[in-house]
Design a protein around this ligand. Sequence first.
Ligand code: F6P
Length: 350
Amino acid sequence: MHIGILTGGGDCPGLNAVIRAVTLALVRQGAVRVTGIERGFHGLLKGCSRTLTPQGVADILAVGGTILGSHNSCDPFGFEGRDRSDEALAYARELGLDGLVVIGGDGTMGIAHRLALRGLPVVGVPKTIDNDLPGTDRTFGFDSAVAIVSEALDRIATTARSHQRVMIVETMGRYAGWIALEGGLAGGADVILLPELPFSVDAVAAHARQREAAGLHTVICIAEGARAAGEGLTVRERIAGSPDPLRLGGVSAWLQQRLQPLVTSEVRSTLLGHVQRGGTPTAYDRVLATRFGWHAAALVLQGCFGRMVALQGDTIVSHAIETVAGRSRPVPADDTLLHVARGTGVMLGQ
Ligand code: F6P
């Protein structure tokens, strides 16, 4: 048996842990060869791949990013202006692949599903720091991103306190507020602003003024997809060819400008950006990624293709890829963490 593996979309901590687990679990079976496709679906189009061996993946568990490389805008069904899926499938046939393990987010799962419909058996592994894939309680990479946000907020809080400032910290997360919500709670933010709950600038300013009156600084944790009621998303750039071409960013600077005239303290903003995606995975993410990889390999060995592994409670399950492809999972209005935040005095923007 010959299995390919690729990492699609933005990178995140834990990708190498999955590559390692899949390779070790399959090659240990003796009769399975594993080939890594380089730079996601781009490698299928350009014919770039390399053999993966237990020795080759021995030391990558704790390494951030992906040893295979990735690509954030390569969709074989629409690359450089045309459908190139025939070329991708032809390369898979040339390699003699019996199946492909695809590690990625909603866009990558969408492409994997379309390739599966064209005859390439796939197994999906959910990846994204955003934690916004449906069907799984957690994606690996999220815990690592939350840890970085939490540490950043700890650091911001000491400088905010020293100067009695209003400090705004912007997280990633696209259209979902999971990173800002969990990172904000972990870092003790006074205000958390999420895409799912449009905020009022006046209400946030009133909250900061109340804290000023009590001699307190204010730390605001805002998700890049958050917006004031009646306002649009803050778009940083558009990436042609990407399954989701919008790149968000800059809402913290936007809020800084609007808040400054409404409060006495100085207002400053910090955009954390890609620092949230880099570096070594947390222990939790290493274990989750390894579990996902081992279960993906088990599905391959059972011939159970067209599935994405997922975490439900503490159990690894799998779902048909088409039920998750191209869909996202925002923070629900009744999420327990929202109750916890409100109940412990965190202002959510209204
Ligand atoms: O989906 C992961 C993510 O890091 C988002 O949180 C962020 O909006 C986006 O990718 C950034 O993408 P890029 O690396 O292309 O700027």
